[in-house]
Design a protein around this ligand. Structure first.
Ligand code: GRF
Length: 197
């Protein structure tokens, strides 16, 4: 199985997945990173892991449909079977969505369907969890569909919300679980324990 990544920033989740491909506990090969942000740290992480990386964005492709087609063509040329969103801050275009239907994964830093949807990303998610007085939060790996954050849930991990939590401390606790949950889900897909049909 070949993995394609889309990322915009740090790529710490991508790193956790690359590490588990390298140690053999995910039976898959990292094939390509496509990044919209030329300064993303994820590009250095890809280089260190020996994975090709490409920058595709509104500058390289001003037309959205062209950009969508270029991402699809790059992933196809790299032989990608499973597309992994790893902190990708752009919308996935309809051509990629159709071609990779049921084969696009995302991780969201809350227990979806709670605290998902438009505007719910980054620190805002954790602030909203604290404002709502939740006693637990967590992370969700789900399939990507045209409905933002609403695709079928594959796996979740819970963490407690502690009394003195700030959005930052809660984010750190959730991120630790993301780094375990995302590779674990991909390992199960690669080994057939989770079937994407
Ligand atoms: C994570 O919090 C993830 O849940 C969200 O974007 C963030 C990416 O972080 N989708 P990183 O780039 O993997 O460090």
């Amino acid at each position: 199985m070949k993995l394609g990544f889309l990322a915009s920033h740090g790529g710490s989740n991508m790193q956790a997945i690359l590490d588990r491909c390298a140690d053999g506990s995910i039976a898959a090969t990292p094939a390509l990173l496509v990044c919209n942000n030329p300064k993303a740290h994820a590009i250095e992480r890809a280089a260190l892991a020996g994975m090709p990386a490409k920058v595709l964005n509104g500058k390289t492709h001003p037309d959205l449909a062209d950009l969508d087609a270029a991402i699809l063509q790059s992933m196809r040329e790299a032989g990608v079977d499973l597309l992994i969103l790893a902190g990708y801050m752009k919308k996935i275009g309809p051509q990629v969505l159709t071609a990779f239907q049921g084969k696009i994964l995302n991780i969201h830093p809350s227990l979806l369907p709670k605290f998902g949807g438009h505007g719910m990303y980054g620190m805002r998610v954790h602030e909203a969890v604290l404002e709502a007085g939740e006693s637990e939060s967590g992370a969700t790996v789900h399939l990507v569909t045209e409905k933002f954050d609403e695709g079928p849930i594959l796996q979740q991990a819970q963490v407690p919300v502690l009394e003195n939590d700030t959005a930052e401390s809660l984010q750190a606790r959730v991120l630790e679980q993301e780094h375990r949950l995302y590779p674990d889900t991909i390992a199960k897909i690669a080994s057939g324990q989770i079937s994407l049909s």
